[in-house]
Design a binder for this molecule. Structure first.
Ligand code: NDP
Ligand code: 8X3
Length: 250
């Protein structure tokens, strides 16, 4: 029987690559995102294996409507890829825009838990898999990462808590924690600054969206008695820096 992946943020980056990987592998996909034309392009390439669900994740009524609009053939969900998310800004906390902080929390945290809560009964029924896209920012603080890192720390910890709660159900949960990856992430974070995005990734051989899609595919095809709790991945070009020291009045 054809298995179904519910992929948020399927219009770009990791989510689009995950959707393509699973479609190429014979799954069907509920493809979510706000940019409907990109969802339609996916459907044009893959036909009836794609159901387009065009909505803003921050609107709980839109999430409910998207789920009640699912065609019967897409109603049984085997994999939830909680991928939609964003970082906004790189300013230190004392200069940050509160509206941007709230948008990150609304998208990366509140929308993710709302959708997960709604899909849990189907995932339990299917003995399915939840892949939560977190980040190295959950584990490693950096200046300007403030609320973004906080949202991803939530995603990682929520993933572990879900594992505990879902004990005995057969549902698997993994927190995927990538480092620097070239997608539209930096374009979004910088408010559309293509030069800044290009400069960040130039010469660094960053993670690709296909790399994360391949990890997700691997997770979904492990023997059913195995659960990977978390995967932290960086490009070889990215590693750790030391603590910073301020010299002057404490
Ligand atoms: P992209 O900007 O390329 O993709 C982000 C996706 O999220 C888009 O499909 C976008 O769809 C969707 N999205 C954002 N806001 C909303 C919303 N309100 N409603 C519905 N969909 C929304 O970035 P990435 O692929 O890099 O990001 C995917 C995930 O990976 C994010 O959670 C990000 O934090 C995480 N991540 C990224 C890393 C990186 O370096 N790139 C590293 C570690 C984690 P649309 O705009 O069409 O609604
Ligand atoms: C994105 C990775 O290092 O820019 O989550 O925060 S990082």
């Amino acid at each position: 029987m054809t298995r179904t992946a519910f992929v948020t943020g399927a219009t770009s980056g990791f989510g689009r690559a995950i959707a393509e990987r699973f479609l190429d592998g014979g799954w069907q996909v509920v493809a979510c995102g706000r940019r409907g034309e990109r969802l339609q392009a996916l459907k044009q390439r893959h036909g009836d294996a794609v159901h387009c669900a065009c909505f803003d994740m921050r609107d709980p009524d839109a999430i409910a409507a998207a789920l009640s609009d699912l065609p019967e053939s897409f109603a049984d969900v085997d994999l939830l890829a909680n991928n939609a998310g964003l970082a906004l800004g790189t300013a230190p906390a004392q200069q940050a825009d509160l509206a941007q902080w709230k948008q990150m929390i609304d998208t990366n945290v509140t929308a993710l838990v709302t959708l997960t809560h709604a899909l849990l009964p189907r995932l339990i029924q299917a003995r399915g898999l939840i892949v939560n896209i977190s980040s190295i920012a959950a584990n490693w603080p950096y200046s300007g990462g403030n609320v973004y890192g906080g949202t991803k720390a939530f995603v990682s910890q929520f993933s572990l808590g879900l594992r505990s709660d879902l004990h005995g159900t057969g549902v698997r949960v993994t927190s995927v924690e990538p480092g620097m990856a070239e997608t539209e992430f930096t374009l979004v974070r910088t408010g559309g600054n293509q030069a800044a995005s290009d400069a960040l990734y130039a010469g660094a051989a960053p993670i690709t969206a296909a790399d994360i899609a391949e990890q997700t595919w691997w997770l979904a095809h492990l023997p059913p008695h195995l659960n990977i709790n978390r995967i932290e991945t960086m490009p070889v070009s990215q590693s750790f820096a030391g603590f910073q020291v301020h010299r002057g009045p404490a």
